[in-house]
Design a protein around this ligand. Structure first.
Ligand SMILES: [Fe+2]
Ligand SMILES: [Fe+2]
Length: 309
């Protein structure tokens, strides 16, 4: 598998203007080990890759989706378990994928397939990022749910690609976790001392950040370009929410869920980034309040999703 190395893929103007104190210490860090870890990560099950193609294919039907999913028994079992959870609140029991797709529709079935496919990647504790077991998964679910409620508020249709990108946006942390264990305090020190965002301190300390590692995993899995780009740019989005670019919505989902205490610690620099983003995107406080309130309610309903880990 061919994996590219990006020590810093930010444009040079960004480097000069945004983080004047940055310093690369990549020599202290074994990049080869990171790249090897990407290679060794278990692949995304074939089912989810096929589902991604099917939901984007106007010619595909519900029965095509059911045919693909039922080939994987463990994913099917998880999907049915989630369909029968309080999140959907159906009174009758759902025993088959055919019933499930009729009741929840293709898009939501595809989301449940994606959740069931990648849960194994989030099982461990992520000590390197100071996160207890399950916290990275809770953050992933929060961002995935938020991404669709933000789309809805903006009057856009649900987007399975965005859901997938939001769910997997921090997958790079799974790989970098081991490498962060000895560097976490240095990263936190840089945030405080130089007032830089978390990903920038991570990049300065390790020579690469989790967004770049995540994008390389997506490339290795052959996921669509908009997912790769959305993950690569989720801490430095170029577009405004509402555009076809996924990075800005993921960026917002990330900051709002961190602000709500879901994920890693919320730093002072995150508060500044959130404030700046909301001003630039011209998003009102009411918009943000309604997103975070809904998130709290959705997370309570989604206990079964979170409990999968
Ligand atoms: Fe991130
Ligand atoms: Fe995140």
């Amino acid at each position: 598998m061919l994996v590219k190395i990006f020590l810093d893929s930010r444009p040079s103007s960004d480097k000069k203007l945004k983080y004047p104190h940055r310093r690369i210490t990549a020599t202290m860090f074994d990049m080869a080990k990171v790249l090897k870890s990407i290679d060794q990560l278990p692949p995304l099950p074939e089912v989810s890759q096929k589902i991604l193609q099917l939901v984007n294919d106007p010619e595909s039907s519900a029965s095509d989706i059911v045919t693909v999913v039922r080939h994987d028994q463990s994913i099917t079992a998880n999907v049915l378990r989630l369909c029968n959870s309080a999140y959907f609140g159906f009174k009758c029991r759902i025993d088959s994928l055919v019933e499930a797709i009729v009741l929840i529709g293709q898009n939501q079935l595809a989301e449940l397939v994606m959740i069931s496919s990648c849960i194994h990647l989030f099982r461990n504790e992520h000590k390197g990022y100071n996160m207890k077991k399950g916290e990275l998964w809770r953050h992933a679910i929060a961002c995935a749910l938020l991404s669709q409620s933000i789309l809805k508020k903006m009057g856009s249709a649900p987007d399975h690609g965005l859901y997938t990108a939001a769910l997997l946006h921090d997958i790079g942390k799974v790989i970098l976790d081991n490498h962060m264990k000895d560097n976490y305090q240095q990263v936190i020190g840089r945030i405080r001392e130089a007032n830089v965002p978390f990903h920038a301190a991570e990049q300065e300390t390790l020579g690469i950040d989790h967004a770049e590692v995540g994008a390389q995993i997506m490339e290795a899995w052959n996921l669509p370009d908009n997912i790769v780009r959305g993950i690569r740019m989720h801490h430095r989005p170029e577009a405004r929410p509402g555009s076809k670019d996924f990075s800005s919505i993921i960026h917002l989902c990330d900051l709002l869920s961190l602000h709500k205490g879901i994920g890693r610690d919320f730093h002072e620099t995150d508060a500044v980034t959130l404030k700046t983003f909301l001003e630039t995107a011209q998003l009102s406080e009411e918009f943000v309040d309604s997103c975070t309130q809904e998130l709290g309610e959705e997370m309570e309903k989604a206990a079964a999703f979170i409990g999968l880990v």
